[in-house]
Every structure is written in C-alpha cells, then in structure tokens.
Design a protein. Structure first.
Lengths: 154, 154, 154, 154, 154, 154, 154, 154, 154, 154, 154, 154
C-alpha cells in the first residue's frame, strides 16, 4: 500500500465558488473523494491537507519525509512566490508531482514562472480536477519502477 | 445597515510606534474607533481584523463572501508580493477598496507595484488614517448606487 | 472659504462619449456641477480648467501658487509621460490630490506607472466621477488639519 | 462624397528641408496637393491639418467624430511618446490609418514602438509621400466595404 | 474508436542515443509501440509522426483538423522558438496536449518559456516516456467528457 | 510587364479556416485570384508561393534575384523569429514590401517586433487581404519611379 | 546581562537532514546549545525561536522591541521575498544581524538579493553554524560600544 | 555680430521660486539680463524665448534656421521625453548647445537619459545659471572656428 | 584519414553575391575547393553540405555520429535562434567547431549571442573564408591529440 | 593664485593619433599648453597628469585634497566602469568638473552612463579641446563665488 | 602560527578622512594595529597590503598561494566591477573572507552585486572596522576545523 | 619578417596552476616557447608581454603602433569589463586577433559578452593553448593578403 500526501495551497478550499468558468464547479471535497476511489484501485491511500498558510504547507512537506511515499502538490498562488516551499521540497527526498487546475501558460504573465516545479519530479497542468488523477497515476508508476529497480524513489 | 470588513495586513498593529514620521502617531485602535463613529453616521457597521499572517488574511477574505457587503483592505507589505491575496479577492464578489497610509509612489521602487489593486474596485493612498474614512465613504456610495440600480454590487 | 483648482488633462472633455463602459456616461460639465454643490457644503469654492495641452496644464499649476489652497488633478494620459507636470508640482507648494476615474492597476501595462503621483499628497483611483468628491473631502480635511496645527499646508 | 481628415504631427511642416535624404525633397504642400487630386478621383474630399502641438492634435481627433468619415494620421515624433493621442483615438469611432514616411523598423531603437498604431485600423510605412496615397486608397476601400455591409465603419 | 496524432519534434528520433542520463535509454520506436498498446486498451488508435522540420510539423497540425480527435505534441526544441507551431495550433480546433520528457523547469533558462503551451489544453512534463501515456489518458478522458456533454471537443 | 513574387509564410494556406474573426473568411486562392486581376490592370504579372517552411521561403527569396522585379512578402509567424529570412532579404537587391493581414500592434507582445521589416522597403498591416493590393500598388509605383529616374530599383 | 533573540526562518528546523552537503550535519538544537555557551562567556542570554511562518516571524520581531537588546536573524527563504519582515525590522529599533549558513553569492540567481539586509546592521554569510557565533560577537561588540558612548543602540 | 537664440523649456519661468536649494534664487529675467551683457562683450546678440509648450519649442527651433547663428537650449523636463524636439534639432543645421542648471547625473533615475543631447553639439550641466554663460562662450568659439575655416557651422 | 563534415547554414549558398563588402566575393564552391586541398595536406577528407533548412541541418548533425570524426559548422542565421541545432549537437559526441565569416561582435545586437557555440568545442569568427581553414587545422590538431592520448575525442 | 589639477584618463595620451575624425588632430601637449595660457589669464596655475591606470588616477584624486583648489577630470574609458574613481571623488572635497572631448550622447550605448559625473560639480562634453577651457572657466567662477561668500568650496 | 594576508582595495588608504559618517574616523593604520593584537591572541600573524590598483591586488592574491594560510579581502570599489579579482580568487586555493565596512545592501543600487563574493568562503559586512576582527575569527576557526579533520583548507 | 605582439591579460601568468581542468597544465612560458617555434616556421617573430594591469595592457597596445605588424590579444578578465582596452584597440591601426583558452559561450553568463572583440579582426576561442597558434596562422595569412593587395593591413 502506497501512502500519498495530497497537499493543496491557498484558495483551493474555495473550489466550486472560485471563478467557476476557470476552475470548474466541483468542490475540493468532491475532487478528493473521487481521487480516493482512484487511489484504492491503484493500491494507494491518500491523506489530504489544504492550507492557505505558507508556513503550514512548508511544515506538511517537512513532515512527509517519514510518513509518505509520494506527494501531489498544488501550490496555487505560492507557486510563483515561495522560495520556502522550494526549499522544503529540496529538504525532503519524497518524490513530488506539481499539479495546476488551469493551463497557467495561457494566463497572466506573473503565473508563467514556477519556483517550485524545478524541485519536483514533474508538472501537470490544464486538465482541471482530472490533473490530480494523472498525477496519482504518474506517481504510482514512478514509485513502482523505483521499487522494481531496487533503488529508493528519487 | 451595511456590514463592512476592515482588514489590515502585517505591521499595522504597530501603528503609533512604527516609523511615526511616515505612518503617524495614532494607534490602530484609535483609528478604528474613529472609523466606527464615521460608519455609524453612514448607517454602516465595521468589523476589524488585523493579521501579520498571509494565510489568515486570505481566510478572512474568503469568509467575507457570506457576511459582508464591502471590504476595506490595507494589505501593507503583502501588497507587493501576495498572489494569494489577489486570488482570494478574485474568488469573492464582495467589492473591496485598497488603502495605503503613505503615498507609495514617493517611496522605494519595490513599493510601486500592487499585485492586489487590480482585483479591487479602486485604491486610495497617501492620506494617512483619513484614507480609511475616504474608503468607507467610497464603499458606501458604491453600494448605495448598486442597490439603487437594482443590481448586486460588483 | 477654501479655493480649490480642479485641473483635468487630455480627453476628459470627451467624457460621456469616451469609451462609456470604462469612463461612464456623465459629461465633464455634469461632474463639475455636482462637485460644486459638494464644495459648497464643505465651505469651498471650485475653479475648473480642462486642457488637452501639456503646456497649458503646466502653466495652470504654476499660476495656482498665488490663487489656490489646494488642487485636484487628473493628469489623464500625461500621468504616465509628463516630467513637466511633475516638475510643475514640485515648483509649487499648494497640496495636490491625483484622481483617476478608472482603476489603472487593472488596465494596460503602460498605465501602471505614474510620474506625477510621487509629487502629490496622495492618489485616488477607480471610483469614477465620485473620485473627485473623495479628493475634495480629502483635500478639505487635509487643509483644515494644517490650519488647525498652525502650519501652512504642505 | 467621403470626408477625410489628414492629420500631420510635429516637424512635418518642415518637409523638403528636413533631412531630405531620409524624408524626400517634396514640401508638405506639394504632397497634400497631389493627395487632393487622388482624393477627387476616389470621390473623397480631404481636409488637412498639421501641428507641432500634441494638444492640438488631440483636439483635432476629438473634433473629427462629427465631421469626418476617416482619418489619415502621421503622428511623427508623438508616435512613440503620446498616450494622449492613443486615448483620443480610442475616444472616437472614426477609422484611422497610421502613416510613416520612413521605414521606422530600419531606424533608431526608440522609433520601433508605436503607442498609437494599436488604436488604428492599420499602419503603412516606408513609402515616402506615396504612403498617404496608399492610406487614402485603404481608407476608401474600408469605408465602402463597411457601407456595403450596412454596418457603420469600425 | 478515437484517432490520436502523436507528433514529435526535432531530435526525438535520436532517443536512446541522446543524452541517456536525461532522456532515458528507450528508442522512440519502443515508446510508440508501448503507447499503441495503451491506446488499444483505451479504445484509441495512434498515428505517429516525427520530424526535425518546423514546416513539416506545422503541416501535420494543419492536416490533423480533418483526421484526428486529439493530438499529443512534443515540440522539443521548437517549444521555445516557434511562433509558427503556436499559430498552427490556434488554426485548428483539435484539442492538443503538450508533453516533455524532462522537467524543463529544472534545466537551462532558455527552456523555461513555452510558446506553444498557451495554445494547448494542458502540459505534462518530467515523467520520461510515461508522459505520453499520461497525455493519452488525459486526452481520452477529455474527449469522452466532451462527447458526454454533447459539445464538440474544445 | 513587371514580374512580382508574392511569398506567403506558415499557416497562410489555412486562410478561411484560421481564426476567421481575425483573418477573414476568404481562402488564399481567392485572395491571389483577385490580386492577379489587380496586377493585370497595373501591367504586372504575379507568381505566388506559399510555404510553411523557413528554408523554402529563404530559397524563394534567393531565387527571386534573377526572376522578379519586386516581392510582396507576408512572413507570418517567421516575422518575429527568422534571422534567416532577414539575411536572405539583405542578400538580394529586389525591393520587397512586407504585408500583415492583422494589425500586429494590437495583438500579443511577441508580435510587436519584426526582424524582417528592417530589410524591406516598407510595411503594410491591418487591412486584411486588401493589404496585398496596397503592397502591389506601392511596389508598382516604386518600380516605375525607379525606372523613370533611370536607376535600378533599390 | 544582554538579552539576544535568535530568530530562524523556514526549513531551518530541518538542519541536519536538509541537504547536508550544503547546510552541514548539525541539528538546530546542537547549534543553539553551542551558541548558548558562547553567549554565557559573553555575558549574554539567548532566546531562540524558529518558525516556518512569515507572520510568526513578523510578530516575533515586533515583540522584541520591549524584551531584547539585539537580534540575530536568519530569514532563510523569506530573505528574498518578504517585504513584511523588512517592514517589521524598520518598525523596531533593536539592532539586528542577518546570518546565512551558506554563501548565497555562490548559489542560484534568486538567492542573490536580500530584501531584509538593508534594514539590518550588517550581514554574515558562508560560515555555516559558526556564522551565528560571529553574529553574536558582532552584536555584543556593537551593543557595548553603544553603551559606552552613552547612546541607545541604533 | 552673431545672433543667438536662448530657448528655455517648461517651468524655467519659475526660477527663483522653484526649489531654490536646487535651482538657485535668481529669476530667469536676471539670468538673461546678465547673459545679454556677456553676449555684448563677445560681439553677440541674444533673443530669448521661454515656453512650457513642447509644440512652441519645436516651432522656435524650426524658425531658427533662417534667423540665428546658434542656439542655447535648456529643454528642462522635455529633455527626457521629447522625440519631437530631437527631430526638430535634426531638421535644422544651426548648431545647438544643451544646458542644464543642475547636475542631472546626481538626481532621479529618469533624468539620466537625454533624448535631445545626441542631436546637439555638446552639453553643459551642473553650473547653475553660469552654465548659460559657458554655453555662450562655447558657441561663439565654435562659430568663430567654423568661420575661420571657411565652412558653414555644423 | 580523418573524415570531416563541413556543414553550412542558410544563405551561405549565396556567397559571392551576398553583401560582398561583408562576406567577400568568393563563391561557396571556391571556398570548399580550396578547403579540400588544405584537407588533403592534413590527411583529412571533407564532405560538404549546405542547407537553408533547419531540419536538414539537424538531420545532418544526427547522421554525422556514425560517419565523421569531426564537424565544421557555420550555422549562419540559425546561430542565434536554433535550440534544435544546439540539441542536435548535444545529442552527438562528434567534436564540432563553429565558424563565422564575419566578426559578429562588430555587427547588429541580435547577432551577439550564439545558442550553438556552447555545445561546440570552440568558435572562430571574423577571418572570412580562411576561418574554415583555421577550423580544419584546429579540428585535426584536436583529433590527433585525442588519438595520441588514447581517449576518444570529446 | 588658484591651483588646478588637470587629470586625464586612458588613451588621452594618444590624442592627435587616436581616431582624429572623432578626437581632433591636436596632441595632448598642445592642448595643455594652450590651457596653461588660459589659466594664467585667469590667475590660476595648472598641474597636468595623464595615466592609463585606474589606480594611479585614484591616487591622484586622493592626493589632490591637500594640494589643489579644483580638479578638471576627463576619466575617458573609466567614466563608464570605475566605481573606484567615483569613490575617490566622494572621498575628497575638492570640487571637480568632468570633461569629455566628444558628445557621448551621440555615440555607443555603453558610453551613455557616467559613474563619475554624479560625484562631480558638473559635466561638459562635445566641444573638443575647448571643453577643458570651459571647465577651467567654470571652475574658477565657482571657486571665486565660494570665496566671496566666505564658505569653503563644496 | 597561522599566516593571514589582509588585502585592502582602492580608497581604503583614505579611511579616517573618507566620508567619516559612513566609514568611521579610524585610519587604516589604527585598524590594522588593533587587528594585529587580535591576531596575536589567536596565534596568527598578519601581513597587510593596500592598493588602489586592480593589477596589484590580483598579483597579491596570486602570490598568496605559497605564503599564506588565509586571506581577508576588502575589494572596495572593485567588488562590483572586477572579473580579474574573481579569476585570481579561483586561481588560488587559499580560503578568503570578503569584508565590507558598510552594509552595502543599504546603499546605491550598483553596490548590491559582488562579483568576488561567490569565489570566497563567506562575506561579512556592515560592522565597520570590527568586520576585520570577525573575518579573522571566522578564518582562524575555519582553518583549525580543516586542520583537525586532516584535510587541507578548502 | 613579421613582428607580432602577444599580449596576455590578468591571471594568465598562473597557467599550469590555475584551474587546470579548465585551463590546462602547460605554463605560459611553455606556451610561448612553442609559439615562437611556430612563428619561426611562418617567418614571424614574437614579442610576449603579460600583465595583470589594465593600464599596462593599454600602454602596450598604444606602443604597438610603431613596432608591430599584428597583435594576438588574450584580454582574459578584462574582455568583459574594459572600455579602456577597446578604446586602445580603436586608437591603433595594427590588426589584432582576440584569443580565449576556454569556450566562454559554455561558461558563466558574465563571460558571454566581449567589449574588445568588436574592435578586433576576429576571435578564436575554446582550443586551449593551440588557440594562440591558430591566431598566429590567421594573422600571418591576413597580413600577407594585405601585403599582396598592396594596401596597408586594416
């Protein structure tokens, strides 16, 4: 059984209400519920944390080292401004996949650059809530390959 | 009766002590007290929150959707760095007025650009504590026009 | 009785016709008429000048030194390009409030930077024609405080 | 009969004398005279104004709304510096064609960017005085298509 | 049966030989063979084209309009330099997913910006050859949702 | 009889289908057909080549030296990225007019700068398909003047 | 007895585990323990706070005004992004020394600029944990000089 | 007898009142009066024009071609923003010396770059009103050398 | 016998005709003929390919891996724009020398930066056609040293 | 008697030989000889030093504090690169006038910015060797005014 | 006994006289004398060199390789401009500590970036002359740790 | 017999010791000795000067005018910072070839731009010590062609 941390940044608790034309009408609870089902079918277990607080997100990443096999991270607004999250990602060795609901390459200039992506395994963006499913599939695939080849992941 | 949230960002709790030549000698409590009186005369009620914490400010903006008719926001230092506050402002539909005590156009280069102003109704800066009063007058005027014309504000 | 100069820059004579979705449907005459009423209630008198000409605006600011207690300035397009207006503002000691009808922070990149605001008392933007009323209230408040404390304004 | 305003900016009154290797030896009067003949053959009438003054040019554009079907504008030096002309162009709905005598793409760096072109129908540059003829042909063609399709031009 | 075009840009024909530490040891043929199997299990059919030629890639995108339900595109080096590919993507209405084998956010500065991503549905990067599988899953999911809701995809 | 090469860059073969709101509904064949008629009336003959391939466009320009009196070039996407086309234009002495269907000054930032225009006689943009007609008129006028004054064109 | 606040920013609680090649193998507890011994020998007393939270760090700086004679601050990731910490430092008059474990001048581009250093007495970087000792020696030396000369520190 | 035009830009009519610490206490009339005396001793005659208006300054430069042997120009604020003045200077062949009262290299960033200086003979700055005297001496010296060598000036 | 690929980019087929003042009057055939003679004297054999096509040049580099001991590359215009050529150079292990006929440091700004040079052994520029001879001498010297020291080249 | 140091930077010893079209045909000795005569007529004495060495120039400025009443400095190439010369100028209180033979505003981009001018009294450029005479006149005038007003110069 | 080179750059020989408000009133001799005493107490010996000359400083660094265990370097103005000093630091393996008397982060923009710091062990700034003492303590501590662990320093 | 000056900049006297992985293990003496042999075989004579001092290098270039037929210059660190060397190169008419041991295009950002190359005949980089041989061959070839065509070199 693989343990996966799903970590969501600021304003993602508002999904369903937040600019629905951009972010969709599903709530975060709905998304996580569907994701848990997917996880089960992949022999994985999900723990979900959302916070609007940079410090809390940093602490969650730090604590993941001992408890999780992989991380799915949507840093939301902190993607573009948080050196602290980048440092936290480099502090741990748990592999992480960055997810964005929207295609940030088609939005405002200041959303073009991700400080955190360079410290992740990879990045998935533009597929709405389904992006979390893709990230989960990617992570499970990665962890199984790593296991198979006898090395620790990342 | 209009319900207005007054939201103050980092270091504004230090007013009176903080670089008085720049920010004046009144404490934040004094300012809010005077503002409440002004509010009463305008048939409005004020709730005041100050926080040094970006996450707390984001949460306050999110929660305002159901409880307030308008917001007066002084994001202080986060004006220039917080995509999270901008996203929170775009998540809600409550109209918001940005206030700065000082005239930031006459200060350091890094205070010239506001990430949050573009997601607000308007901005008032340079009038010290009286700026909050101007913001309140602006907000009440805006909300009454909106009411009169039968549309929801913003 | 306080004497206030209201000085409007290029294309503001076209209000009512000019991109009404952005700038509203009121004409400049309507706005000034309402502002005069507000002024009366605040024991102030308004003189209004509009010009499309940078040189004329500079001359008006220069001449204000002897005739006015305060200035409300909407430099319009010259906000972003006129060092001459900034120099004129620094030449005089009459306090000035900068007003913009729209929230320039939500518009084109080249409208982000104001050359003139740094030479003013403060700036108010995004409240349409009501911005002039807020500027008047701000100016009167400022001038009265200055009078009370026995110092000349600014 | 189509009424066309030809509006020329600063230093174009010096044509013939001004850097003839770059701008040619014809005077502005010669150019306009030939253009009037072309106009006649296209069932159009030309009114010509030249000014070195940004404010006068702005006023001419404003006034064109009621009197002209189209505008040919050579903003000369103001092309690169005048937000006021751009705003004036956006204030009116008369279609405008921007003309430059020289190919500004082959000149100094500061002539590369046009503030006004984005508010015009199109731009023609590099063909000397004949550029005005091309602009006239373009404008007449555009206005006739608009007439034919029953919509107002632009 | 969904028809998917897999389009690979310059130097991807060298996979297996090209900087294996970065790009892996599988050849492009191996990758496509595995991807076809995945496609079959998802009721999709894959057509694969690789070219080192910008013009050929542009033509393939243009031709896809009539023949394919979706596109998986790895523009490789052209990601960062080709306005022509971006224009081709905007010319067609077939939904496209951009894939990168490596995590470009962790590489050279000039690989940070994608000209093409803004004209795609979304982007997946950093998962090696498995990225194509994720793109296929994403595309099939997107196309089925579109079908279900009765609208044409994109 | 003047021989004119009309050279069209990438994605222009898709006219009619490509973002019709921007580029119009006429196909390239329709445009060229109408242009041939115009040419005939001006005692000119047109040869038309469209290619999505930078190398092919470069070769066409090189070959034009011996076969054509003038060139009408719409480099499309390559306008902003091709030093090779600029070099080809500087290699030959046949005069060239650059045409753009849309007014690129009113579009994305990366379409503002033309690498090729500085190596052309002039540029015409924003008049849709009629821009080719204007370019033809400009070119014929230029070639006749050159002939008249007994010098070779350019 | 001098009271010194040692304030550590995000991810410094992970020392020992965090990229040991860069940051060393000592834990933060070990470092502080050794620093307390040094403090004792210098007639100083240390209070230590670490937080991953920008708001908490701001609050600690604010509260230091009444309780401490000096501050040793390692803002870690917030060095490069926090206007709030800079404002807090300018709010208080307690002298502060900025410390970095690594030589940031030899690391990533985004670590080159410190927003906070300009509001400190000085900065020490590149000496690992020993940097805290140097900062303590610097601070005690500074405070004693200030005492001797009868002025309040800073 | 040499005829020299002294041309002063915006806000220089305010000398004596304008930021006296920077610009001195002499009025423009005083300065010109002293300059006329100097001119007499150098067998030169001065005509003086001051204007706040860019267009008027442009016209004065244009008209100087037939009436003056040399120009002393203080473009003031327009130094940094006026392409029109630069173009006017390049239109005429009368040699011009640029003067600034203050040392602009020691002032705000936006005063560092002069658009006009590159079209002048030379530039003198930082010597207050005496700078006009230096410019006159420089101009007379230049004109006499030109005369002596039998070539027309510039 | 060493096998050397000489690969020439766009517009180099026009040598002799192309801006002779800059590029000389020799044709590419002349240059290659002379280079073959030099090669013979150095116990090397040359194969020459010129293409205007980025994709063809990429393919030539890819194919060189199995057939050549070294490459002399003049990427011409693609020097400054082709990530694809850089990637191709990094894909192969054959050592490559970059040659430019002109001294690009003395030409237009956009010719200053080479995307490809960083993936080559070295660069030679400014010596006209003789630069190819220098490159050949450099390459032969390098390959012999590598042979002598028993390691494979590069 | 006023003692003036004339300090010339690198390559000025080559005057007469160095790009005579730009710098004139007089040698430095000729220039200084003429300047000494001018000095005598102004009751001043000149000491002249030329060096190609930044360190020597720095030392000369340092030593001037005790020996000279004023400095005429032509930093030549070091104008644009030497923080050391700027620091030396700020170390001393002797007033300094910066001179350039050519009008640097009309030359290469990298000659536009002067690091040293901001630490001088003023700057004179573009008048060839006569610029030294102007600087001397300016310096003597400044020193006499300072003497007259009883304050030490600068 | 450890041998330490103290190397001071341009204008530091002027300490005591040079802007005393910024740099203090002690002379360099005083500072070095006190530093020698500190050195003695730490079983170290100091050799001191000051030069205004970049080349001399480079040579001193080069020569240090054979004679010194560590270096304390205040590059002064050359900090921001000397690639030569950086290269010299990278040429030797003697560990070096960079010292600045002032807090350069609180001064002019051009003092923000240090070319040399990235080639040093660490940097200490803002503590006036005491900074040299801190550097010495840091260096001795570093050298002893290196000795203890049996590896050569750096 | 051709006289060639070989001029080497700062830190090149340390070759053999300086970062041998980058710069090789040969000393400068070894390199020059081998180069003299090469020179002899080409009927040339070499004079060699190395200096760490910008001023000395400038003086050497100046003095070369009368004594040398050509120059081989490795400006080392001064390549990127010395306007003085560029000016010296433009002062003389002796042709110069710039050499770099390493391929600077593959190193730090600040080594990308050469201030001096634009004033040289050409540049050779990346071939280690053999680069000097290539430069000598290039120079001799250039000088002989110049001789043959009867014009003075450069």
């Amino acid at each position: 059984m693989l343990n996966i941390l799903v970590l969501n940044g600021p304003n993602l608790n508002m999904l369903g209400q937040r600019e629905p034309a951009l972010y969709g009408t599903q709530t975060l609870d709905d998304i996580i519920k569907e994701l848990r089902e997917r996880a089960r079918s992949l022999a994985a277990r999900i723990e979900h944390v959302q916070s609007n607080d940079e410090g809390v997100l940093v602490a969650q990443l730090q604590a993941s080292q001992k408890k999780f096999d992989g991380i799915i991270l949507n840093p939301a607004a902190y993607t573009h401004t948080s050196v602290a999250l980048r440092d936290a990602l480099q502090t741990i060795t748990v592999p992480c996949v960055e997810v964005h609901l929207t295609n940030t390459a088609a939005r405002e200039e200041f959303r073009r650059f991700s400080l955190t992506a360079g410290a992740c395994l990879g990045q998935i963006m533009g597929f709405g809530a389904f992006g979390y499913h893709l990230a989960l599939i990617a992570l499970v695939n990665y962890l199984k390959s790593a296991l198979k080849s006898g090395q620790s992941a990342r």
